[in-house]
Design a protein around this ligand. Structure first.
Ligand SMILES: Cc1cc2nc3c(=O)[nH]c(=O)nc-3n(C[C@H](O)[C@H](O)[C@H](O)COP(=O)(O)O)c2cc1C
Length: 418
């Protein structure tokens, strides 16, 4: 019976344990989590979602406060078009975050950054270019292009000195999306170094509609592998979404995958950015407590716990401080929904907004409890403490469980001292 450790992910001459921990914004996949993956010989991700906010929290900068000060005059205004990011601060925040990870990296693994196109930041091209360039400048091992088709993203960094040496991958949820990406970027003569194929059971935003349950990861992976064979393209394929045990992973590796990307199991790791109170909610969840809804202003369906405080919250949009989801015309679907409710309830001190959420504020505060579909199985991966709460795991324990387990088994942790 094979184990994940019997396989290796090969990037040129570089051999890795074929386990990639997926990017989880906003600082849920922390530097510490990525460092553990790299130390153990796999691939870890940091994320550049809400990078100025993360920088303030981690590196004592004051980017958010300064931006709010600059745009304070607009806070009461329903129109947010005027709110712009200062590109120098975005670059500086990205460099600080990447350097802090790369300076501390040990072991033979790699650290990548997850870069979501849907974070349009009121100037999609300019801000994405700055984020990608700064991450490469600061020495990131690789960039995973996420949440979007990224048809123009490679072009933004084609003249960067590290364009051909850094690893660059793309997340797709269909063979069609991969075909489009390859076609649009053909003139650059630079293939992606890996393709993450994310299925319908993943956490975060989904590349599927509300009919997600009709799709199946193994089928999409087989289609992508077939397409690459037909085109004579040798690109590592990395399935993601619902790979819960080492045996699940081995199934994909035996069928031609180069590695697996996993995330949900690591949401209850000590190194993960979620506060322990929230991790306990993940442990407690049953299958019925998890839903895919459309409250994300990005327009993509998102999976989360139904008791997330973000759902139904009608807080005032905070674009003057954040504003990561403002599109190229300065609009965000939450701002529109909020304005509509305020207008419908004149004089009300508080409104409730059911159809959209202020994702920036709620992700920043860990109040949008996005999760993978198999979150309801997390309780089976640990032991319960005498007070009924669940014991938090180490990232090393989870990583090694994926690496060495057989027979669909999940290794329980040693019970911590009382
Ligand atoms: C809490 C959480 C947050 C996530 N955030 C992001 C994100 O910011 N960007 C992204 O591309 N994928 C995100 N994902 C998806 C993961 O990177 C990964 O591909 C997927 O969840 C793997 O499936 P699994 O969670 O069933 O292992 C997130 C997943 C979770 C669980």
């Amino acid at each position: 019976m094979k184990r994940v450790d019997d396989f290796r992910l090969q990037f040129g001459k570089h051999e890795l344990v074929p386990i990639m921990i997926g990017g989880m914004g906003v600082d849920i996949s922390t530097t510490d989590l990525a460092l553990e993956a790299a130390r153990l010989g796999g691939v870890g991700h940091i994320s550049d979602a809400m990078i100025n906010t993360v920088s303030d929290r981690r590196y004592k900068t004051k980017f958010v406060k300064d931006k709010l000060k600059q745009y304070k005059f607009n806070v009461e205004n329903t129109d947010k078009a005027v709110v712009q990011f200062d590109l120098d601060t975005v670059a500086e925040a990205t460099r600080l975050h990447v350097r802090s990870a790369m300076d501390r990296k040990q072991g033979s693994g790699m650290i990548f950054i997850n870069c979501m196109e849907k974070l349009t930041m009121n100037a999609p091209k300019e801000t994405l270019k700055v984020r990608l360039t700064a991450a490469l400048d600061a020495g990131i091992d690789g960039v995973t292009l996420a949440a979007g088709l990224h048809l123009g993203s490679l072009g933004l960094i084609a003249d960067h000195p590290r364009f051909r040496d850094a690893k660059i991958g793309i997340i797709v949820s269909s063979v069609r999306a991969l075909q489009l990406f390859l076609k649009k970027n053909a003139r650059l003569n630079r293939m992606p170094d890996y393709v993450v194929v994310e299925g319908p059971l993943a956490g975060g935003h989904l590349g599927f509609g509300l009919d997600w349950a009709e799709y199946d990861l193994a089928t999409i992976v087989a289609e992508v592998l077939q397409y690459l064979r037909d085109e004579n393209l040798d690109i590592p394929v990395i399935p993601a979404g619902g790979i819960f045990t080492g045996s699940d992973a081995v199934g994909f590796l035996e069928n031609g995958a180069a590695a697996v990307q996993v995330a949900t199991r690591f949401t209850v790791a000590k190194e993960c950015g979620l506060p322990e109170k929230v991790q306990q909610e993940y442990f407690k969840a049953s299958e019925d407590d998890i839903e895919v809804n459309q409250i994300s202003p990005t327009g993509y369906p998102m999976r989360m716990l139904k008791n997330s405080p973000a759902i139904g919250s009608g807080i005032r949009p905070n674009c003057e401080a954040y504003g990561y989801l403002l599109d190229s015309t300065g609009k965000c679907a939450y701002v529109a929904a909020y304005n509509r409710e305020v207008e419908a309830h004149p004089g009300a001190r508080k409104v409730s907004v059911m159809d959209k959420t202020c994702l920036c504020t709620h992700m920043r505060n860990f109040d949008c409890w996005t999760c993978g579909h198999l979150t309801y199985r997390l309780k089976d991966t640990t032991v319960q403490r005498s007070d009924g709460s669940y014991q938090i795991l180490s990232a090393e324990h989870i990583f090694r469980d994926y690496q060495f387990s057989t027979n669909n088994k999940v290794a329980l942790p040693e019970t911590e001292a009382a």
